[in-house]
Design a binder for this molecule. Structure first.
Ligand code: NAD
Length: 411
């Protein structure tokens, strides 16, 4: 099942549980605006190349639309659509005053030079600058993009609209970025995991963790779990996978990855088959790379007790059912990875106020938001006798439905 069908199915289940009327259900499902643009740039060798860029703005009932921009060869309109919808529910679950959006460019960033990436980002911004903005749609980094990408968007957007740091979040600190933003999604994953484990009388200390993806989210989650005494026993990324049953030294692994460009051949562990990562025995599995990685082919072989969805949409609905029957507890993406957008919100607030917070304040506020959202989700689970995914969906959908109704229906 593709990401859009899966997300819409979760939404429809939540709408049914909440007893939403057909009018509001229809209005919440249809995206506000879908943008598709052709971005043609000269390559460094002088030849021309074209990439397709997308931005889907899903809903703005609760505030400006918010969501990442990813650079990945598999970006397609359906997936961007699903991810934009997920952002609407995610911002509502986190209770930050935003709607949802998502964008992407179908490209392989590793195959582009820095100057080609800069040209591509600037052309994309030129094509969408009238449709994004501080109070309309605020992009952020996602897979394959980073603070530098946001700096280019800020610069290009500001040529048209004047200096506008709040138009993107996840910026470099020198351009108005927030302290703590780079680590925020991974840190939020860990705060969410701690809130979940506390329900079972456990903490990270002494538990075993397996992490798929060692980019921004996966590597920060790994570092923070390691700091808290959790044992990260296996990690993978696009270059391969490594394991150590006694726990990998994450600080050394980060250094190894930085110096060799790969996880493989780490002196503090053994190489392993990356296809085994999701079925490696552990207490907590944290998929932090791509969507749809847990599916009907591998779900029954998963040996984790808990799955924390740091990636967006890593579990397809068939896998969800199989895993539920096996008793695996899943902390859903629309909550688990909401730390990034929450600190993006803090960054936007700081830009609008023109006042910078200390990192400690950012991290403390993030913990407060993540813990509060977890308890709000649990309360929905209790009210509607449902699992954490439906608890999160009913919480988010209900908040957006209330805002939509309050704003009224007259054209
Ligand atoms: P990133 O580009 O920094 O890292 C992605 C990682 O996934 C890399 O380590 C890459 O090597 C790995 N990867 C790619 N293909 C893989 C494969 N086939 N097998 C194993 N590993 C593979 O991206 P990120 O920002 O860390 O985002 C990761 C996930 O988290 C995405 O699903 C993204 O949508 C989600 N997310 C990110 C943020 C954020 O703030 N960065 C916020 C919310 C959700």
């Amino acid at each position: 099942m593709n990401a859009l069908a899966a997300t819409s199915r979760n939404f429809k289940n939540a709408a049914r549980i909440l007893g939403l009327d057909a009018k509001i259900e229809k209005s919440l499902l249809i995206p506000f605006r879908e943008i598709k643009v052709e971005c043609t740039i000269p390559k460094d060798d002088g030849s021309l190349v074209s990439y397709v860029g997308f931005r889907v703005q899903h809903d703005n009932a609760r505030g400006p639309m918010k969501g990442g921009i990813r650079y990945h060869p598999e970006v397609d309109p359906d997936e961007v659509n699903a991810l934009a919808q997920l952002m609407t529910w995610k911002t509502a679950v986190a209770d930050i005053p935003y709607g949802g959006a998502k964008g992407g460019i179908g490209c392989t960033p590793r195959d582009l030079s820095m100057s080609e990436l800069e040209r591509l980002t600037r052309v994309f911004t030129q094509k969408i600058h009238d449709l994004i903005g501080i109070h309309t749609d605020v992009p952020a980094p996602d897979m394959g993009t980073n603070a530098q990408t946001m700096a280019w968007i800020l610069d290009e957007y500001s040529k048209f609209h004047g200096h506008s740091p709040a138009v993107v979040t996840g910026k470099p600190i020198d351009l108005g970025g927030s302290l703590g933003r780079e680590a925020a999604t991974g840190r939020g994953v860990v705060f969410g995991t701690e809130a979940l484990l506390a329900e079972y009388g456990k903490s990270c200390k002494g538990l075993t963790f397996v992490i798929q993806g060692f980019g921004n989210v996966g590597s920060w989650a790994a570092k923070l779990i390691h700091e808290k005494g959790g044992k990260v026993i296996a990690v993978s990324d696009i270059t391969g996978a490594v394991k150590n049953p006694n726990g990998l030294d994450i600080i050394e692994l980060v250094k190894h990855k930085e110096s060799t460009g790969s996880l493989l051949n780490f002196s503090g562990g053994d190489n392993m088959d990356p296809n085994e990562i999701l079925i490696h025995e552990c207490d907590v599995l944290i998929p932090s790379a791509l969507g749809g990685v847990l599916n009907r082919e591998n779900a029954s072989s998963v040996r984790a007790k808990f799955i924390v969805e740091a990636a967006n949409h890593p579990t397809d609905p068939e896998a969800d059912e199989i895993l539920s029957k096996k008793g695996v507890i899943i902390l859903p993406d629309i909550y688990a990875n909401a730390g990034g957008v929450t600190v993006s919100y803090f960054e936007w607030v700081q830009n609008i106020q023109g006042f910078m917070w200390e990192e400690e304040k950012v991290n403390n506020e993030l913990q407060r938001y993540m813990t509060r959202a977890f308890h709000n989700i649990k309360s929905m689970c209790k009210t509607y006798d449902c699992n954490l995914r439906m608890g999160a969906f009913t919480l988010g959908v209900n908040r957006v439905a209330r805002a939509t109704n309050l704003r009224g229906w007259e054209a």
